[in-house]
Design a protein around this ligand. Structure first.
Ligand SMILES: [Zn+2]
Ligand SMILES: [Zn+2]
Length: 441
């Protein structure tokens, strides 16, 4: 392990991107581009689009990539964009940005805050907001595309830049793969992405080696009872009381059944039943998010949920034909995201050389999910890395002394990153990592 890290560092220090002159040049070029990139960012932020509806964002990405000299294909897996630049023999590197925003009413007081509204695939009419920062991802993607195109003499290989739809609904990566991302276009040997982070100060890079983000499953439980009049509970089997028991018993899955050294989450995020004070409903509906890192823990949690739901229903005297219906939404599942060792270590060594030790931190894996994981699953030979770029404005970070519980998280309607710092850092980091893979040696 240690020898590998040392080798990666030696290798990195021998390469062009780590040279101070290069670092300065890259930083200056990105700085010159920042006014234009920030205009693009504000436009994307003010015009967010829901998952799999990213037509306007995709048009902007495609136009920018074309202008930079890439060969662009649109409509890949819905609204996905694939921009290819072939530049001699060498590795095939895929850089990915995701484009979708969230069904939220923005509550930042930014001058360019979103007032967009739309309808989700579930038919919910809602505000829309880039509360996960995918607008910073798209902007840095454009910044990196421009720099890579401008520095073609410094690298050899093929660059495949993709703008992916539907990350939030875990549909986009799969849709692009199903539409031939790895067959119609040069097949990547390496894949890199970044995500802005609400748990790091702006401009600080975070990374995890190995598992970085969790398996995420969505589970529905239809708890069926026997309805009736609220005055005559003895003639019913009350699904509200039963569902409440199921919610409570589910808490023991993680606390009593999973090895304390393994990670797991079972959250009941939605509980709906009934219409009126004096009617005992005949069903209750629960929606769960279930998170883990390993296939074994995932299987245990999913089996445990079904067992507990059925067991509580039996205890409540529900007839066999009215047992709860537990549905794992396989189509929405997100597998754990893994950062492969060689690419992670070599990129991190380059980041340290470029940004300095203080701006690069090892961070623990998180229980969030990312469908970036699907690319490595589709081709296990791939070298794959997703890293974090901190977005918390420095003054806010200092004010709470880094206690992120006091700050808005990703997906909060108040999330307002220091976008300038995120985009500048991420653009440089993407270029540094890209040249680490494709750079002429
Ligand atoms: Zn998100
Ligand atoms: Zn996100």
């Amino acid at each position: 392990m240690r020898r590998k890290i040392l080798a990666a560092m030696l290798w990195a220090s021998a390469m062009t991107p780590a040279a101070p002159a290069f670092a300065q040049e890259l930083n200056q070029a990105v700085r010159r581009d920042m006014p234009d990139l920030m205009a693009l960012y504000r436009d994307l932020h003010a015009n967010p689009e829901l998952s799999m509806q990213e037509t306007r964002s995709a048009e902007r990405m495609a136009a920018e990539a074309r202008r930079a000299g890439f060969t662009v294909t649109t409509g890949v897996g819905g609204t996905g964009v694939v921009a290819v630049m072939e530049n001699g023999p060498g590795p095939v590197l895929m850089l990915r940005a995701d484009m979708d925003a969230l069904p939220l009413v923005e509550q930042t007081s930014l001058a360019f805050a979103s007032r967009a509204r739309g309808t989700t695939r579930e038919g919910l009419e809602t505000g829309i907001m880039h509360a996960c920062g995918h607008d910073t991802h798209m902007t840095a993607w454009v910044g990196a595309a421009r720099r890579m195109a401008a520095s073609r003499s410094q690298w050899s290989g093929t660059l495949v830049m993709i703008a992916q739809p539907g990350e939030e609904t875990s549909q986009g990566a799969r849709a692009m793969l199903d539409d031939g991302l790895f067959t119609r276009f040069p097949r990547p040997t390496h894949a890199i992405a970044f995500h802005d982070a609400a748990s790091l100060p702006a401009g600080v890079i975070g990374y995890a080696v190995g598992p970085a983000l969790a398996n995420v499953d969505s589970v529905d439980i239809q708890v069926r009872g026997v309805g009736g009049h609220g005055a005559y509970p003895h003639t019913t089997r009350d699904p509200v009381v039963l569902a409440a028991r199921i919610v409570t018993s589910l808490q023991t899955l993680v606390s009593r059944e999973i090895d304390p050294l393994d990670s797991a989450v079972v959250t009941v995020g939605s509980f709906h039943a009934g219409t009126k004070h004096n009617i005992i409903s005949d069903e209750a509906r629960l929606q769960l998010t279930v998170r883990s890192f390993t296939p074994g823990v995932r299987a245990h949690l999913l089996a445990g949920i079904a067992r507990i739901a059925r067991g509580e229903a039996i205890a409540a005297g529900v007839p066999e034909e009215r047992m709860p219906v537990v549905t794992v939404r396989e189509a929405e599942a997100t597998p754990a995201t893994v950062n492969t060792e060689a690419l992670t270590q070599s990129s991190v060594a380059l980041f340290r050389a470029h940004f300095g030790e203080a701006r690069v931190r090892a961070t623990p894996p998180v229980m969030g999910g990312e469908d970036f994981s699907r690319y490595l699953i589709a081709d296990p030979r791939l070298e794959s890395l997703i890293f974090w770029v901190g977005g918390v404005p420095q003054a806010r970070w200092d004010a709470v002394q880094g206690d992120v519980a006091q700050l808005p998280s990703l997906h909060s309607p108040f999330w307002a990153p220091d976008a300038e710092r995120v985009i500048e850092t991420a653009t440089e980091a993407m270029v540094v990592a890209a040249l680490g893979v494709l750079g002429r040696r």
